[in-house]
Design a protein around this ligand. Structure first.
Ligand SMILES: [Zn+2]
Length: 458
């Protein structure tokens, strides 16, 4: 039986509309949307409705160490020292731990307004680097966590083989990630059927970075992905730190994003995570490729990565989305605020992106990140429109930060105003996951998460 919902106002692809009737089929997909409608039988939505935000980059387990790497001195005060601490932390994680942490994180994401996530999953093996009896055990735990929380998932199994450019051998801290291309292909093949059968999930592929993947391996990994699914999303980390750019130039003679542009068919299937350090030529070419730049402003700020060149990228119609990455922030509005603030500080102006008169900064950011995120996840999401999955947020109108706002003012105030996401109800795939700010499983999840932290951190 299709269900009918009536929104006093909603953000549609054509803009804000009043009195919107949304019909959702049994498959959790929006069947139709009509503005200026009258329907007294429909379920009334208690506030303005906007599309749920896709979170395009997550390493779920890192949620449990967020905030723990802030000591000056030898540990935690550079990206590379932070990475060593992260390796030591993950060395202890069991499959149960990973599922518990991911479940808690995904519930938190839903409460903040993320309705889907791309999990960049590289923690494949046991603590000594041996595959589990079920080689896709860890990946299945991520899928289970997404199911329990009720969030949409694009699972990106990561291919990781080397510690740096030039095919250097991996370090002991990386042993849980390492595969060869044949084992990786079997992993992908084993994951395909169950993800394919679940309308909330999709399989993609993630060669980790040019540091960790040699050119011939990259080629093979992409071929394995293509064999399973010609449109499979492809994500890769690139140019996060200046050192990575320098190492790439030392090895290949060119910068990492330029290397990708020259050596793979860069198109709308790709999501380049960070892309922080690009010169003007790379920025313009990446924008023209239709690939998505995966920006993670809270993590990039935390790790001192640098600032993405948003001005030039957006001036050339570049596509972007946002990711929580290490989860020092779990809030799409905060990510967008930091992205915009970084640009304003860098260029010492407010309208960095040259918006038209009276166009809203927040509205533009939110819409762009929704559509870029949807493209990066390779799912029909990110819009309240027919044939898209019913993933939406009802904003909390009683939150004073957005009270008495209309249309894009709501997004401007949600992004640039409050200290927390003004989210009331969250629907994913036609099911309510959050009602009145609460997720049905949050108490149970929080107590399991607390017990896991206690064991991991003491
Ligand atoms: Zn990452």
């Amino acid at each position: 039986m299709p269900r009918r919902y009536f929104a006093p106002s909603a953000l549609l692809p054509s803009g804000w509309a009043e009195s919107v009737l949304i019909v959702v089929g049994d498959d959790g997909v929006i069947a139709s949307v009509a503005a200026s409608a009258i329907d007294s039988d429909a379920e009334r939505l208690n506030g303005p409705v906007i599309p749920g935000m896709p979170n395009l980059h997550s390493h779920a387990f890192q949620r449990a160490m967020a905030g723990l790497t802030q000591k000056a001195g030898s540990e935690g005060d550079s990206f590379w020292a932070w990475r060593e601490l992260m390796y030591r932390f993950l060395a202890r994680l069991t499959p149960d731990d990973v599922e518990t942490i991911a479940t808690e994180l995904y519930i938190e994401m839903l409460g903040a307004g993320y309705t889907s996530v791309a999990e960049f999953h590289y923690l494949h093996h046991d603590p000594v680097g041996k595959p589990y009896a079920n080689p896709i055990e860890m990946a299945e735990r991520i899928c289970a966590a997404a199911n329990t929380a009720g969030i949409g998932l694009t699972l990106l199994p990561v291919f990781y083989a080397h510690s740096n450019f030039g095919g250097l051998a991996p370090t002991p801290g990386q042993r849980r990630f390492i595969t060869d291309t044949d084992r990786f292909s079997r992993m992908l093949g084993a994951l395909g059927p169950s993800l394919h059968a679940n309308p909330m999930q999709r399989l993609g592929v993630a060669p980790h970075s040019l540091r960790a993947v040699a050119p011939e391996e990259l080629q093979r990994v992409l071929e394995h992905g293509d064999r399973l699914d010609h449109a499979m999303p492809i994500h890769i980390h690139a140019a996060e730190q200046q050192k990575e750019v320098d190492d790439c130039i030392a090895c290949f003679g060119i910068r990492p994003v330029q290397w990708l542009l020259d050596n793979v068919v860069m198109n709308e299937r790709w999501c380049v995570i960070h892309a922080t350090h690009m010169n003007e030529t790379e920025t313009v070419a990446l924008a023209g490729s239709r690939a998505v730049a995966g920006l993670c402003p809270t993590t990039e700020g935390d790790l001192g990565d640098g600032l993405f060149n948003g001005k030039a990228f957006l001036a050339h119609n570049g596509r972007f989305g946002i990711g929580g990455d290490s989860h020092v922030g779990v809030d799409p509005f905060l990510e967008l605020r930091l992205f915009e603030y970084g640009q304003r500080i860098n260029y010492q102006q407010r309208n960095v992106f040259g918006l038209m008169r009276a166009e809203s900064f927040g509205g533009r950011l939110y819409r762009d990140a929704c559509s870029g995120g949807a493209q990066a996840l390779g799912q029909r999401i990110g819009a309240i429109a027919a044939h898209h999955r019913a993933d939406w947020i009802v904003l909390e109108e009683s939150d004073l930060a957005i009270a008495e706002r209309q249309g894009d003012e709501l997004l401007d105030s949600a992004i640039f105003g409050p200290v927390r996401a003004p989210v009331r109800d969250v629907m994913v795939g036609g099911q309510w996951r959050v009602r009145d700010g609460a997720h049905a499983r949050s108490e149970q999840s929080a107590s399991r998460y607390r017990a896991t932290l206690k064991r991991l951190l003491t």
